[in-house]
Design a protein around this ligand. Structure first.
Ligand code: NAP
Length: 299
């Protein structure tokens, strides 16, 4: 009989879950059960080719999740607010997994959580995609499921995609719209979460019942802009946009993102030293940019 531990990975075809699958597969002690709603999509087929057991699963279907978690030692759970923009839906999905994990006595769930900002600020600030995850964190612990929450920092990848610098209308330079004033903001590559999660599965006793704020490093908008300039050879400036103006940018989620940056002004607890201990190979922003030369061409 194999003594390998089966880990169900939700969001396996996505950024966080994909990194977790890859890290676990490199370790002979684990069997990976990669969950996707579409086992035929290219990202799912790629996971199968890497050696994962790819299973069809939907976080809106409890029976389905029961079958997936049966026989597992642990699970990595990420829910995707940006799929539906609904705090309630994220809470519903997260609580359902907590209930099933409790019933099946899953030994260790690693949940991609975040702070309940509304609760922390006494209702003064709401960040829907944080608050729902914060409620789910609490629920896991109240229910008694052995759970570690990993609170991700801002992905470095955002600077090459949704938040990439924009060409200025009035000159030969680019603007980085990061409404952080002079406050440093934590960041990390989402590709670096996998080894963190692997370390947590290896050392559960130290981390069960805790929330760990992840970060590779903490830089100001000016510093992010300088490093982007260095690696692209283009002039990229901190646009010095305010939170108020950012909220009015008009893209879907602009107000929600502005609320998140508002919370970042309060310097949430992200533990750089512990993150480096859990993933000693984690990339700095400089290293990340050096490793992503192709994507930098999109700026
Ligand atoms: P992603 O790359 O967009 O992938 C989303 C994943 O969720 C996919 O694998 C998708 O799987 C899966 N999924 C969505 N709905 C599902 C459902 N009903 N049942 C089963 N699987 C479902 O997302 P990500 O970046 O890994 O994670 C997104 C989360 O990260 C968000 O909630 C966000 O708040 C959080 N976050 C983001 C940042 C950031 O800087 N961007 C920082 C901290 C936290 P299939 O489509 O294959 O089924």
């Amino acid at each position: 009989m194999s003594c390998k531990k089966i880990i169900a990975v939700f969001g396996a075809t996505g950024a966080q879950g994909g990194s977790v699958v890859r890290a676990l597969l490199e370790n002979p002690g684990f069997v990976v059960r990669a969950v996707t709603r579409d086992v035929k999509k290219p990202a799912a087929v790629a996971l199968h080719d890497l050696g994962a057991e790819v299973v069809k699963g939907d976080l809106d279907d409890q029976k389905n999740i029961e079958a997936i978690l049966t026989g597992t030692y642990g699970a990595f759970l990420v829910t995707n607010f940006w799929d539906h923009f609904s705090k309630e839906k994220e809470i519903c999905q997260g609580k359902m997994v907590a209930d099933v994990a409790k019933r099946l006595a899953v030994k260790h769930v690693i949940y991609s959580g975040l702070e309940d900002v509304k609760k922390l600020t006494g209702g003064k600030l709401e960040v829907l995609h944080f608050d729902g995850k914060g409620e789910v964190e609490e629920y896991f612990w109240e229910t008694g499921v052995p759970m570690t929450s990993v609170r991700m920092a801002f992905y470095f990848e955002n600077f090459l995609t949704s938040m990439k610098p924009q060409k200025a209308a009035d000159g030969d330079y680019y603007n980085l719209a990061l409404p952080m004033g002079d406050i440093p903001m934590d960041g990390m590559s989402v590709a670096d979460i996998g080894p963190v999660v692997l370390s947590l599965f290896h050392g559960p006793d130290h981390y069960i019942g805790k929330a760990i704020g992840l970060s590779s490093e903490r830089l100001t908008a000016q510093q992010y802009a300088e490093k982007l300039s260095k690696h692209t050879g283009k002039t990229i400036k901190d646009s010095k946009i305010t939170l108020e103006d950012y909220a009015k940018l008009g893209f879907p989620g602009a107000e929600e993102m502005a609320a998140m940056f508002h919370f970042y002004w309060m310097k949430p607890d992200r533990n750089i030293a512990l993150t480096h201990k859990l993933n000693p190979k984690i990339s700095s922003f400089d290293q990340f940019l050096s490793e992503n030369k192709e994507a930098l061409k999109n700026i």
